[in-house]
Design a protein around this ligand. Sequence first.
Ligand SMILES: Cc1ncc(CO)c(N)n1
Length: 215
Amino acid sequence: MNYQTLRHRCPTWDDYIQHDFVKQLAAGTLAPDSFRHYLVQDYLYLIHYARVMALSVYKSDTLAQMRVGQAGLNAMLDMEIGMYLDFCRLWDIPLHEVEHAPESAITIAYSRYILDAAMSGSLAELYAAIAPCLMGYGEIGKRIKQAGSVEDNPYQPWIDVFSSDDFQAITAQNEAQIDLLLADASPAQADKFQRLFDTAARMEVSFWQQALDLS
Ligand SMILES: Cc1ncc(CO)c(N)n1
């Protein structure tokens, strides 16, 4: 088992990567209310995601494994959350409003799902559950960049983070880590990895959709 197999076997991968939210964000036509909702919910989601990354360090056996988790956590806290804080300043959204916003049902479901997989499972299971998140956004960023940017896109900073060389290096490092962890999976373990991956990818679709439903 490896990352590309998980990705190819996932029934909702394209729905996730090519969701209308992504298309509208790339075109700069996404309704501001939708982006604002996404921004707040994703900020809340990332708090839990960071806790999962911390658990990946705890569950690591080697320094090399720990460093992949460390790099992922840094990318999250510095690059992604940093970009969200910039948006908050630019769009006049007070931070306390974001921090105290109620979590939506899908935000709770998805964030606690990966947290449970991280707490109860092996390091390999943890990575199978978070792979759609990290790897998917990397793929989306790369695709949008390759398609060429539109002028004056208000969402360009989002695209710049996920298409950046730094973020792409993190996804490459994570793919290698996932491939090593999944290499010797038994058929039963491979099924478990695929189920974790597919469930997370399904929730990514709902995560986009919640924001689009507002417009
Ligand atoms: C819901 C979601 N999935 C993936 C990422 C990428 O880290 C994110 N910021 N939010």
